[in-house]
Design a protein around this ligand. Structure first.
Ligand code: UDP
Length: 422
């Protein structure tokens, strides 16, 4: 029997690359060789960020596959990307596997690939699309979902919605071929959803702290100066504000957010990606930076997992990406939810209605979250200690799952044994 050699293929987005890289690091720590495949564009960014912040395990080799998007195309066009991943990528991956198997001594023995989005989707197939606008609940242990907020419904035009919906259906069909569906989740977080996936193997939450390392796979170098800044702030005082890698704001909403943070009169750490809004240098309200300079820090990209584990953090204003959600829970940080698209509305449902560890922000009649709403909800979440108590309880259960004897760790060990035997 040859040595196990895993090929890991994430969906080409930040929130998919980081957790799969975490799996790769865990596999490598268990002596398994991993070839990690990024699209050319992302490969360059990951290698560049790693060269500034530290390397990956020697058993992991980072390789690239030709991009499905041309250099001039908009990488945030999710419809086009999802379509290309289904129609163009499989052939390119096949070529890559054949090339590796033809040249390397250890052939690929197992492929771990991203399912993209699973869960409730096949129900939609049964119900048919388009769906009526209504609330549905798939299981008593899952939050209610509005059909309006289904992963594909949040996209602006019908063509894109159809492309995403088709991609999800194809992915779910193909997922039936998989031996296991390893999930960045745990039985304590979403038992009902996992019951829908009989061959699922929850191994999460996948966090760098589970193996005492640094996360890798970032598309941008992290600005660690915010950790020193956090050291200067009082315990449980700082609002951490970050919206993941995709979320964008129009000028009005960006200004309203800035003014809302100013209005709280509290310290805040805000991740302002260069592409979060148009013309970032001109986007802030006049005089904002000067007025908040003694209690605020803005960075392009933060070492988020370390930030969330810092004792100065009081709450997390988030877009509710699944990684951000599990990272917040694992560090017992109460949430303020500002979902943008995809699974983020469902994740908000878990946070607000199901686990009751945070509050949602309401939009006004023009779809804007106003500064007063931001201030009010910050005050509410921070003045009611029950959010902190519940998130602490959830953290303890969740972290126990990845500790010695926990269900996620047992699942991971089972998966490693399977890879090594195969
Ligand atoms: N992240 C980070 N620094 C930042 C913002 C985000 O390291 O300043 C990381 C975060 O810890 C998470 C990932 O980027 O692991 C974002 O994934 P998520 O699923 O939350 O959101 P997405 O980017 O997919 O919308």
């Amino acid at each position: 029997m040859g040595k196990p050699h895993v090929m890991a293929i994430p969906y080409p987005a930040q929130g998919h690359v980081i957790p799969l890289m975490e799996v790769a690091q865990c596999l490598a720590n268990n002596g398994v060789k991993v070839t990690f495949v990024n699209t050319e564009f992302n490969h360059k960014r990951v290698v560049e960020a790693i060269s500034q912040t530290g390397g990956v395990h020697e058993l992991i080799s980072l390789v690239s596959v030709q991009d499905v998007m041309e250099s001039w195309e908009d990488r945030n066009d999710h419809g086009k990307l999802a379509d290309a991943m289904i129609n163009i990528m499989p052939q390119r991956l096949q070529n890559l596997i054949e090339k590796i198997n033809g040249t390397e001594s250890d052939e690929i023995t197992c492929v771990i690939t991203d399912i993209y989005m699973a869960g409730a989707m096949d129900v939609a197939e049964k119900l048919g699309t388009p769906l009526k606008n209504q609330l549905i609940q798939l299981s008593p242990s899952m939050p209610e979902m509005s059909t309006q907020n289904f992963a594909w419904s949040c996209f602006p035009d019908l063509t894109m919605q159809k492309l995403i919906f088709q991609a999800i259906l194809v992915n779910n069909k193909l997922a039936e071929l998989a031996q296991y569906l390893i999930c960045n989740s745990s039985h304590d977080l979403e038992p009902g959803a996992l019951d829908f996936l009989p061959n699922s193997l929850p191994i999460g939450p996948l966090l760098a702290s589970n193996r005492l390392g640094k996360p890798s796979g970032h598309f941008w170098p992290e600005d660690s100066s915010c950790l020193e800044w956090l050291d200067q702030q009082p315990i449980s005082s700082v609002i951490y504000v970050a919206f993941g890698s995709f979320t964008v704001f129009n000028e009005v909403q960006f200004q309203e957010l800035a003014s809302g943070l100013e209005l709280t009169n509290r310290p805040f750490l805000w991740v302002v990606r260069q592409d979060i809004t148009q013309d970032i240098d001109e986007a802030y309200p006049v005089g904002f930076k000067e007025r908040v300079k003694n209690r605020a820090k803005m960075v392009d990209w933060a070492p988020q997992q370390q930030v969330l584990s810092h004792p100065s953090i009081a709450c997390f204003l988030t877009h509710c990406g699944w990684n951000s959600t599990t990272e917040g829970v694992s560090n017992a940080v109460p949430f303020l939810c500002w979902p943008y698209f995809a699974d983020q509305f469902l994740n908000q449902g878990y946070i607000v209605d199901h686990w009751r560890v945070g509050l949602g922000l309401e939009r006004d009649e023009n779809g804007i979250i106003k500064q007063e709403e931001i201030k009010d909800k910050v005050e509410k979440v921070l003045s009611d200690g029950s959010f902190r108590t519940r998130v602490l309880e959830l953290k303890e259960k969740t972290i126990a799952g990845v500790a010695e004897g926990g269900s996620s760790l047992k699942n991971f060990d089972k998966f490693i044994d399977w890879i090594k035997e195969y």
